[in-house]
Design a protein around this ligand. Structure first.
Ligand SMILES: Cc1cc2nc3c(=O)[nH]c(=O)nc-3n(C[C@H](O)[C@H](O)[C@H](O)COP(=O)(O)OP(=O)(O)OC[C@H]3O[C@@H](n4cnc5c(N)ncnc54)[C@H](O)[C@@H]3O)c2cc1C
Length: 454
């Protein structure tokens, strides 16, 4: 038997354990999880906060029995405090009693994830300054959405999580202000043309945006009353949700595994760490961002799952047959009436990574123009290599659900397809769904400088 210890019972840990136990006969698997619940799914938090699921504790990746039925063991309230990579042992503390035990492993999979950061400004630890990740914060936020005494909410961060928080509180009838140092909503994911639509949508729902500014201080007498920004403006706040970045949960690995300056676990192309038989997956590593050919922080459940599957397959053979293919960082979101999805390279990450990219924006109605009912506008922005025309990324936005187009673009990236390929790729036509040429064909034809037929 191969004895595998998994640290962390979230997307990465769950997937690794499930794959090991269901695909291989000779794996003995133990998961250690520091938290007191297996296994709240933050991806579903907005649905819980908006009362779209009846029970908070149904919003989970898995329950103990899902792994135990295949012979795995799951210990909650058990924090791994150290690993000994020479003796191949982990030290595990029962957080309820403080007692520690040691457990040995043949292979160790680290998926201890990240935690949201608080801001390094006065008042950041004040009552009612909240973070947004995990079951405990979800419970606290839920209570505030249903609290009539809460009138004003400040959300710090205009990424996916901050925008989810803003929408939740606005729908709950609270006045919301979003503050961020970047100057466009979802600006790390959407280029300006698409982000402008989201700005208008948020404002149409009464959300104030104070972008291009940082938080200077949280003010109040023990309990939060207002948030002040660097330009001296003061925003009333009964609650603040800080969704302004994360830090890896890797303190316990310092001095044992190689970490980068921010604490991310360094891995090679096979997701092996600096210690033999120790693998790392999930938000705590920097995976290969495939369209750029560089590592990047891509904190997504979908990424953790793919890494887990890859690691399991490769740890079961003598020598890994292939390196991890990397990910595109595909993600989707609903913002009130809009659906959006993005994959791969965009103007923001291209600038950070210094990539040579060209862009093209396609904009029309989702279906043929004669369709009057249920035919909203669609925007598709393609990113591509200006020399080879290889597709590097795409963003889609509409009031219709067009998010699946981003998955198609993700496949095009993976298949190293060019604009020319996408311009004539064979997709269906049905006027209830799409145009004579699919909007993806049309987006590629537009990028090639053609005047597509209507
Ligand atoms: C509000 C929100 C919405 C999101 N929505 C989406 C979405 O729609 N789609 C998507 O793809 N991603 C989404 N994500 C991101 C997704 O949740 C993460 O990418 C994913 O959970 C990462 O999984 P992970 O295995 O790396 O670990 P994490 O989810 O970070 O969990 C790590 C686990 O390890 C435990 N742990 C840490 N240290 C130790 C230790 N020393 N010993 C034992 N246990 C330890 C922690 O308690 C935790 O349970 C969302 C995140 C948030 C916060």
């Amino acid at each position: 038997m191969m004895k595998v210890v998994v640290i962390g019972a979230s997307h990465g840990g769950h997937e690794a354990a499930h794959e090991l136990l269901t695909r291989y006969d000779d794996a003995e698997v133990t998961i250690y999880e520091a938290g007191d619940f297996i296994s709240f799914m933050s991806c579903g938090m907005q649905l819980y906060l908006e009362d779209k699921v009846s029970r908070r504790d149904d919003v989970r990746n898995f329950k103990e029995a899902d792994i135990e039925q295949y012979g795995g063991k799951v210990f909650k309230n058990h924090e791994v405090t150290a690993i000994d990579t020479d003796a191949k042992k982990v030290t595990v503390k029962d957080v309820r009693t403080g007692d520690s035990i040691e457990d040995s492993y043949d292979k160790l999979i680290v998926s201890s994830g990240v935690s949201p950061v608080t801001l390094p400004v006065p008042g950041a630890d004040m009552e009612n300054v909240y973070l947004m990740r995990g079951r405990d914060w979800a419970t606290k936020i839920y209570d505030k959405t249903h609290d009539n005494a809460v009138e004003n909410v400040v959300v710090v961060g205009t990424g996916y999580i901050g925008i989810e928080a803003a929408e939740v509180f606005a729908k709950a009838g609270k006045h919301v202000t979003v503050i961020d140092m970047i100057d466009s909503p979802l600006g790390n994911y959407l280029d300006p043309e698409l982000s402008a639509k989201i700005r208008a949508e948020l404002e149409a729902h009464g959300i104030d945006l104070h972008l291009g500014h940082t938080v200077a201080e949280f003010n109040g007498d023990q309990v939060l009353q207002s948030v002040k920004t660097d330009d001296g403006q003061v925003f009333d706040a009964d609650v603040a949700i800080v969704a302004a970045g994360v830090k890896p949960n890797t303190k316990y690995l310092e001095g044992t595994l190689d970490l980068d300056a921010r604490g991310y676990i360094k891995t090679n192309a096979y997701l092996q760490t600096s210690a033999p038989d120790v693998y790392a997956i999930g938000d705590a590593i920097l995976p290969l961002f495939a369209p750029a050919g560089q590592p990047a922080p891509i904190a997504l459940a979908s990424t953790a799952r793919r890494e887990a599957r890859y690691v399991v397959e490769n740890m079961m053979i003598e020598k890994p047959g292939r390196s991890f293919a990397g990910v595109n960082g595909s993600s989707a979101l609903t913002v009130f009436d809009y659906s959006l999805a993005t994959t791969g390279v965009n103007a923001n990450n291209a600038a950070k990574m210094n990539l040579d990219v060209a862009y093209s924006l396609y904009q029309d109605t989702v279906r043929p123009n004669f369709v009057q009912d249920g035919n909203p506008e669609i925007m598709i922005k393609l990113a591509y290599n200006p020399h080879t025309h290889e597709i590097m990324g795409g963003q889609v936005l509409s009031k219709a659900d067009v998010t699946a187009h981003a998955n198609t673009i993700a496949l095009a990236i993976k298949g190293k397809m060019t604009l020319e390929d996408l311009a004539e790729a064979d997709f269906f036509f049905q006027p209830g769904y799409d145009r004579q040429w699919s909007v993806l064909n049309l987006a590629a034809q537009t990028a090639l400088g053609e005047t597509p037929s209507v």
